[in-house]
Write a protein that binds this ligand. Structure first.
Ligand code: THU
Length: 132
């Protein structure tokens, strides 16, 4: 799938963002190895730390539907430059595929393509554990 295509899914999902506290809407679209696309948006809460980012929303939807292998994720928000995933989302995405392509975008067409290993070098992970 083309990066532009995945960005379009993310842009559409952003419309559903529930962000009454930050008023900052984010959309994500995660491409599974199966070819299926899982979308997500940020869902905030009056108890701030209970909110979830768009990327983890998409990932939770995917894993809960049986998909565990991912090729790429697109993230979009209204910033001057491309929307870069937060540290927690980088860690959570690294759990499933450190080589996952990350397509970052904003509403006016700026894009940047990277991958999780580049965005989160030396990530903590089960592969590095000495025991079990
Ligand atoms: N947010 C995301 O959805 N993804 C990110 O990678 C960064 C931040 C959301 C969380 C919160 O609802 C809002 O953006 C402001 O931080």
């Amino acid at each position: 799938m083309e990066a532009e295509n995945l960005i379009t899914y993310a842009r559409n999902a952003r419309e559903y963002a529930y962000a009454p506290y930050s008023r900052f809407k984010v959309g994500a679209a995660l491409l599974g190895k199966s070819g299926k696309v899982y979308t997500g948006c940020n869902v905030e809460n009056a108890s701030c730390s209970a909110g979830i980012c768009a990327e983890r929303c998409a990932l939770s939807k995917a894993v809960s539907e049986g998909e565990r292998e991912f090729v790429a994720i697109a993230v979009i928000c209204d910033l001057k430059g491309p929307c870069t995933p937060c540290g927690i989302c980088r860690q959570v995405l690294a759990e499933f595929n450190p080589d996952m392509q990350v397509i970052m975008a904003n509403l006016v067409g700026n894009t940047k393509i990277s991958n999780i290993s580049e965005l989160l070098p030396d990530a903590f992970g089960k592969a590095n554990r000495l025991h079990g």
